[in-house]
Design a protein. Structure first.
Length: 233
């Protein structure tokens, strides 16, 4: 069973990679089950399970007796897969800006909600995250810096005591990690991020919802400005 699961994932991942690369565009028919099975040297049962996996994520439409086609990207339920596709086809800057816009809708409100109810433990954890960001930047350890940055925002989402905000942002976590690892290699971006996180922490510590909302909004605007200046530019 474990081996079959591994084969299913291998076939599904390879087909997805080809779709992302443009070998199969939205609307295109995929090879038949027999052709896919022959190429990967797997059973048709394995192929069907791989196609079901992609179908469950909205990437492929499987019609019994007809075959499988790549679904329009707008129907894909996997945010990270859709972003990979958009970025691979020349929309990377647009995707980055839309991602920041989406974060603004969620995280500014989360910061405002958290400010009025945040406890000392959450504030201490946020402060520890900022210290880790500083240490990571000083050591040239981008992974350490990014992990602390992401954790800072997760703590605020948790402190907002609103389950739905965290659920809404969760599908973007993998994408955020990848993009932070890319942008956080720029020293100026690291410096700005540390300063912005300190500003957010101070606003949370003041227990002022409007100040917290404004600080988070300022941070995300700075993130957008830095992306345009140091990455997209």
């Amino acid at each position: 069973m474990t081996r079959r699961k591994s084969l299913v994932n291998t076939v599904a991942d390879d087909l997805l990679d080809r779709i992302i690369a443009g070998r199969f565009a939205p609307g295109d028919a995929l090879p038949t089950e027999a052709e896919i099975g022959a190429e990967f040297d797997v059973s048709r049962v394995t192929v069907r399970e791989a196609l079901r996996t992609l179908s469950a994520r909205g990437i492929v439409r499987v019609v019994s007796g007809v075959g499988s086609r790549v679904a329009p990207v707008e129907e894909w339920s996997s945010v990270s897969d859709a972003l990979r596709f958009r970025a691979a086809h020349g929309d990377d800057a647009l995707v980055a800006e839309q991602l920041i816009s989406t974060r603004r809708l969620i995280e500014c409100e989360a910061a405002a909600l958290a400010a009025s109810i945040v406890d000392d433990a959450a504030l201490a954890e946020c402060a520890a995250c900022v210290d880790e960001m500083v240490a990571g930047a000083a050591a040239g350890d981008v992974d350490r810096f990014v992990e602390a940055d992401l954790r800072f925002h997760v703590v605020i989402l948790g402190a907002s005591d609103n389950l739905f905000l965290g659920v809404l942002l969760a599908p973007l976590t993998e994408v955020l990690a990848e993009r932070r690892a890319q942008t956080s290699r720029v020293p100026e971006i690291q410096e700005h991020a540390i300063e912005e996180h300190r500003r957010i922490l101070a606003a949370l510590g003041s227990r002022d919802p409007e100040a917290a909302r404004a600080a988070m909004d300022h941070h995300l605007q700075q993130t957008l400005d830095d992306f345009r200046r140091y990455v997209a530019g």
